[in-house]
Design a protein around this ligand. Structure first.
Ligand SMILES: NC(=O)c1ccc[n+]([C@@H]2O[C@H](COP(=O)([O-])OP(=O)(O)OC[C@H]3O[C@@H](n4cnc5c(N)ncnc54)[C@H](OP(=O)(O)O)[C@@H]3O)[C@@H](O)[C@H]2O)c1
Length: 295
């Protein structure tokens, strides 16, 4: 069987192109503020990708880089300023925060109307009730990717491996909602799932969001299933010029010819996450301005 590669880059480009065209008639540029605290190397890279996305789309954007010694109160003061800044429609607090900062307090301080990541309890609660305001970017990007490649979720058995509040849990909720993009029968797995292969056995769509490099191979992934690989893991690889490389949670090499389709890492879900962040920021501006140009 030839495995189909579900690339995210062309889908991201199409999303951005569509947004760019719509924004030509917008009342003003949407504004995104990124709060980056500490020196986590992966966070620095993600924020750079987000900045590049804003530049591509011509969004007003500002990144606040704070040292790892920042206190919870200092982070809260910055969030309060951004909440009151009328040029800022979306606030993104890059996670993880350094261990000395109360992450929950900072995330809950973000105005839910500017919470373009969709992590505020108010927005998560709306998601549970089936009336989402901001849908978390990675789950939203996965659904958009599936729609682009005409992979329906309706009536399908889907397994989500990983139950984080950022990816697995909101994704499982979305897949469970009534209507297109949902209507799936969802199995949620996590580190305490005793028999992963048994849990995945009858599923034809598997979404891996575990953060464990190449953990899912042909021994647990059913033949002919579709695999969406959310994981981004850096592993050492002496054959690579940098000595390291990125791999997903799925063992993509072993799954070639076994899975019907899978997303590459990098270049699969990651680009979609950024596209959805920019889309959520545009939606926030549209709501603030009472503008209906996004459709
Ligand atoms: N592509 C993107 O845009 C994007 C966005 C966000 C995250 N990511 C990547 O996605 C991965 C997951 O991120 P996250 O923030 O969701 O991670 P996380 O908060 O660490 O959550 C990992 C989840 O996986 C479960 N898990 C861990 N080992 C497992 C195993 N052996 N079998 C079954 N379940 C297992 C954990 O179970 P417990 O709950 O029992 O601990 C937990 O629910 C990471 O590699 C991250 O870098 C990518």
């Amino acid at each position: 069987m030839d495995s189909r590669l579900l690339k995210g880059v062309p889908v991201r480009d199409a999303v951005l192109e569509e947004l760019r065209a719509k924004l030509t008639s917008a009342p003003r540029s949407p504004g995104l503020a990124v709060v980056l605290i500490g020196e986590d190397p992966a966070s620095q890279v993600y924020v750079r990708h987000k900045e590049k996305g804003c530049e591509k789309l011509g969004l007003h954007h500002v990144t606040h880089r704070l040292p790892p010694t920042t206190s919870t109160d200092e982070a809260l003061a910055l969030v309060a300023d951004l909440n009151n800044d009328p040029a800022i429609d979306g606030i993104l607090v890059q996670l993880p925060l350094p261990s000395g900062i109360d992450q929950d307090r900072v995330l809950q301080a973000v105005d839910p109307a500017k919470d373009v990541d969709g992590f505020h309890p108010d927005n998560l609660g709306r998601l549970v009730s089936g009336r989402p305001r901001f849908v978390p970017c990675t789950p939203k990007g996965i659904l958009r990717l599936l729609a682009h490649y005409h992979i329906s979720t309706v009536g399908r058995r889907v397994a989500v491996v990983g139950r984080s509040v950022i990816v697995g849990r909101p994704l499982a909720l979305l897949l469970n909602l009534k209507g297109e993009g949902g209507d799936a029968t969802v199995t949620m797995c996590h580190s305490r799932t005793p028999d992963l292969a048994g849990a995945l056995k009858d599923c034809d769509l598997i979404i891996a969001a575990m953060g464990v490099p190449r953990a899912l191979g042909p021994d647990v992934i059913p033949e002919g299933s579709v695999v969406i690989d959310v994981g981004i893991n850096r592993i050492t690889d002496p054959t690579h010029p940098k000595g390291t490389r990125l791999v997903g949670d799925a063992d993509s090499e072993a799954l070639m010819g076994h899975a019907a389709a899978l997303t590459p890492v990098p270049g699969g879900v990651g680009p979609m996450t950024i596209a959805m962040l920019l889309e959520n920021t545009c939606e926030a501006m549209a709501r603030n301005e009472g503008w209906h140009g996004l459709g």
